[in-house]
Design a protein around this ligand. Structure first.
Ligand code: ABV
Length: 246
C-alpha cells in the first residue's frame, strides 16, 4: 500500500514512521509512506498557504490551490485519475475499526491534514472523496489524526503483524472490550493476580476472560454492549458477574 500525506508539518511524522511496527513494515516494503509539505506546492515568492476567511472572522483558512495541485500531482505520478483522498477534519465521519478495515483494502490513500481555523470548503467538496474525524475533540491540526489513521490501517495490512498476533481477538473487532491482562510477579505490593490465571485450567481461564470482557463492556461502554449479540452463555456470565459484585 502507498500512503501520501499532505501536511504543513512533515517533521511531526518522524516518530510514527520510525516506531517498531511501522518501521519494519516500511523496511519490508509492505507500506510506502510519502510526506508532502503543502508549502512546496505554492508558486508565490513567500510560499503562502493560508488567507483570511471570506466573510470575516478569527483565524486563517488554508488556500485550495496548493492542496489541489499536490493531490493532482500524486494522481499523475501514480497514473490514476482517482485516488481515495481523505481530509482529516472534526466534521468528518467518526473513525473506527470498520473504517480502518475499509481503508486497508485500498492500494493507495491520500491524507490531507488541515490546520488553523479550517480548509477552504472546495477541498472537502470537490477534491476529497471522504472526510474523517478521530473523535469529538479539537486537535490543533490534522497530523495527529492522520497518524492515528495510518497506524490503525498499516497494522491491518497482510504481513505487518507477526502471525502470533490474532487481529480478531483485539478489542473493538468483536465489539467487546479486552479482558484484563496480568504478568509476573503473582503478588506485587500485596496485590495478587487473579488465581484462575495461574491455575492451568484453560477452560476456566477462557470463561473468566469472556466474563471480564462482558462485564467491562457493560459497565464502561453500554453503547457497545447494546450492539453486540450475546449468546445464552454470555448472558449467564454477565448476570453471574453482576450478582458477585452486588
Ligand atoms: C483535523 N480535530 S480531526 C484538523 N478531531 C484539525 C482538528 C481536528 C482534526 C479532529
Amino acid at each position: 500500500m502507498r500512503i501520501d500525506i499532505l501536511t504543513l508539518f512533515p517533521e511531526m511524522f518522524a516518530g510514527l514512521l520510525s516506531c517498531s511496527i511501522m518501521g519494519r513494515a516500511r523496511e519490508r516494503g509492505l507500506v510506502d509512506i510519502r510526506l508532502h509539505d503543502i508549502r512546496d506546492y505554492t508558486h508565490d515568492k513567500h510560499h503562502v498557504v493560508d488567507d483570511y476567511p471570506y466573510g470575516g472572522g478569527a483565524g486563517m483558512v488554508l488556500k485550495p490551490e496548493p492542496i489541489f495541485e499536490a493531490v493532482e500531482l500524486v494522481g499523475k505520478e501514480l497514473g490514476l485519475s482517482a485516488v481515495p483522498t481523505i481530509l482529516l477534519t472534526p466534521q468528518g465521519r467518526l473513525f473506527n475499526q470498520e473504517i480502518a478495515r475499509e481503508l486497508a483494502g485500498y492500494q493507495h490513500l491520500i491524507l490531507i491534514c488541515g490546520h488553523y481555523e479550517g480548509v477552504d470548503e472546495r477541498v472537502a467538496e470537490h477534491l476529497a472523496s471522504d472526510e474523517i474525524s478521530i473523535g469529538d475533540y479539537v486537535l490543533s491540526g490534522g497530523e495527529v489524526a492522520a497518524m492515528a489513521v495510518v497506524d490503525c490501517v498499516v497494522r491491518l495490512l497482510p504481513g505487518v503483524l507477526g502471525s502470533e498476533v490474532s487481529l480478531d481477538e483485539d478489542s473493538h473487532i468483536e465489539g467487546l472490550l479486552e479482558y484484563p491482562q496480568y504478568t509476573r510477579p503473582p503478588m506485587y505490593r500485596g496485590l495478587a493476580a487473579p488465581s484462575i490465571l495461574l491455575s492451568g485450567d484453560h477452560a476456566g481461564i477462557a470463561r473468566w476472560r469472556r466474563q471480564q470482557s462482558l462485564l467491562r463492556t457493560a459497565k464502561r461502554r453500554p453503547d457497545l454492549i447494546e450492539k453486540v449479540v450475546l449468546s445464552q452463555e454470555d448472558k449467564k456470565l454477565l448476570s453471574e458477574a453482576f450478582e458477585i459484585k452486588s
